[in-house]
Design a protein around this ligand. Sequence first.
Ligand code: HAM
Length: 413
Amino acid sequence: MKQRPVRGTHDIFGNEILKFNKITQCVRDIADRSSFNELKTPIFEFSSLFSKPLGEQSDVVLKEMYTFEDRNNEFLTLRPEYTTPMIRAAISNNFLNDLPCKLYGFGPMFRRERPQKGRYRQFNQINFEIFGSNDPYSDVELIYLANCILKKLLPDLNLKLNLNTLGKKEELNKYKEKLNKYFNDNKEKLSDESKEKINNNPLRILDSKNENDERISRLAPLITEFLSKESKDHFVEIKNSLTQLEIPFVENANLVRGLDYYCHTVFEFKTDLLGSQDTVLGGGRYDGLISILGGADLPGVGWAAGIERLSLLMQDIKKEVNDIHIAIIDKQYKLNLIQLTNYLNINKFTFYWNYKYNLKKSLSKANEMNAKFIIIIGDETFKKELYSIKDLTTGEQIELSLENIKKFINDKS
Ligand code: HAM
C-alpha cells in the first residue's frame, strides 16, 4: 500500500527548508542580543496542563487537542501551544527564582483544525515569553522584538499591528457579563455558531467573521467602560512607547484572541495575503496564569508566530551553488578522491560527486548544477600525483598538487 502523509501535515524541504532555517537563524540572532534564553520542552505533556488554562470552552480545548490515554492510564496531549509548557518548564526547573525570566523557543504544535492554506494540524511556532514583570515596557519590548523579526524576514510587507486591552481579569469578567446580556438581547440576529458562544464564551463573538455577527458586534458595549485607571494607564504607556519607537498600530476593540488566559494587552500582526488565516503573530499578557499552573502569583506576557505562515509570505531564497564538481574516471583512483574530498571539506569548499566513474556524465552534471570548477582525477594526473582543475567560467584548465588547489580557487573567485 502506498503510504501518504496524515491530513493537515506536510513535509518541509527545498525552498521551504531554506526559509525555515533563515527564520530560526534570524530569531536566534535577535533573541540572543536581547538576552532571551532558548528553551525546548517535550512535545507531549499531561492533558491537565492545557484544558483549564486555555479555556474549557475554547475551540482548541473543545475540538482541537490530540489527546490519548497512555498505557498507565494517564491522559497526555500533543502540545497545541507553547506558553503553558514554557511556564510548566520554568516551574519544574526553578527558573522563576530569578526574575524576570525571558525565554524563547521553536517547535511543532498540534491542533486538529480544518486544514487550509496557512492552517495545518502540525505546524511550527516561534515563541517569546517574559515571566515576572508587569512593567508595560515588557509588553513593549516583546512587540518591538516581534516587529524587528517581521521587518527582517518580510522587508517588503507592511503587516498591520492590531492592539487592544482586556483589562484585569475582574474587569474582563464584568465586561463578559455585559456582553452576555447584549448578545442574548440580539440572539436572533446572530449566526448559529455565535449563538452557542453567548453563555460560555461571549468574547469570541466579537472576532467572528460572519457579516451579521460583525454588524451586531459593532454596536456591542466596549471594554473601556470597565477599565480601572491602572489598566488604562498601562495601555496608554504601551501606545505611547510604540509611537516613540515608530511602530504603527491600530486599536481594534474586537481583538480578543482565541485562548482564555489573556488579560490587559493583546496584539496581533495581520496580513491580507493569506486569506482567512490572516494572523501571522499573536500574543498578549496573561497575569494569573503562572499561579493557575502551580507557580507563584506572577505576571507574564508573550507572543507566538507561525513559521509556515511566515514562510508563505517570504520571497524564495536562492540556494547556494556547489563551488566544485568532482569527476573521477576510474575506480582505481578512489583513494585520491577520498583525499580530495577531505581537503575540500577542511578548507570549507562546497563540492559534489555523483558516484559515476564517467567524465562526460560528470561534466554535464557540473554544467547542470552551475558549478564554478571541476576537478578531474584521471590517468595522466594520477601518475604525476596531480589533479586537473578547470575553471568552468573561463575554460582555463591547469594541473595542480592538492595543497595548491585552495589558492587557485580563491584567486579565481
Ligand atoms: P495563537 O494565536 O493560537 O497563539 O497562535 C500563534 C500563531 O501560530 C498564529 O498567529 C499563527 O501564525 C500560528 N498558528 C496557529 N494555529 C496554526 C495552524 N493550525 N496552522 C498554522 N499556523 C498556526 C498562541 O499559540 C499563544 N500561545 C501565543 C502566546 C504566547 N501568547 C502569549 N504568549
